[in-house]
Write a protein that binds this ligand. Structure first.
Ligand SMILES: [Zn+2]
Length: 178
């Protein structure tokens, strides 16, 4: 299996290769989604409990804390604003290079990028909202277009940039860079 660093996971750590089956426990079911915890890997993920159409609003969000520096838990709003999400379970959405949702930091809405079916894992592309990540990691998401090292929008190639939707802040940074 692959190792994914999620917003809600412990700081990046290498996971030993093993053949054990994962112990999955569903906790914090909400109307929208449920958090599943892989206890052995200390890894949380968020799975949808509803069907969403492409473009549909999955959830409004806000924040419970704001910091001037990024951490593995935060989502970037601007140069100096990094927030811990509210509702809190949204921080369990893992990174994927073929994401099905997007945090629109202008409207404060979590948006479905493509149809999502109940039972499907929600994933967002971390660099869509992060310019220069606090804890880069090696992605192993299995997507055909997996970008490998995930370290923020700053490090994406032009080809990669064309494939994704980015927050207003990241779009401003990209425009200033070119
Ligand atoms: Zn990947």
């Amino acid at each position: 299996m692959s190792f994914q660093t999620g917003k809600g996971n412990a700081p990046a750590q290498k996971k030993a290769e093993s053949n054990h089956s994962n112990v999955i426990t569903a906790v914090v079911p909400t109307e929208i989604a449920e958090v599943r915890t892989d206890i052995l890997a200390n890894n949380r993920s968020l799975f949808s409990r509803k069907n969403f159409a492409a473009g549909e609003i999955i959830s409004e969000f806000g924040w419970r804390a704001m910091y001037s520096e990024p951490s593995y838990l935060t989502v970037q709003l601007s140069e100096t604003e990094h927030v811990e999400l509210f509702p809190e379970y949204l921080e369990c959405i893992n990174h994927g290079c073929d994401p099905n949702c997007f945090f629109d930091t202008a409207t404060l809405q979590l948006i479905a990028l493509k149809p999502i079916t109940a039972g499907e894992e929600m994933r967002f592309f971390y660099p869509s909202a992060e310019w220069d990540m606090d804890q880069p990691f090696e992605c192993n998401c299995g997507a055909k277009n997996c970008i490998g090292t995930v370290q923020g929008a700053k490090y994406l190639t032009d080809t990669q940039l064309r494939k994704y939707r980015f927050t207003d802040f990241i779009q401003q940074k990209l425009a200033a860079k070119s």
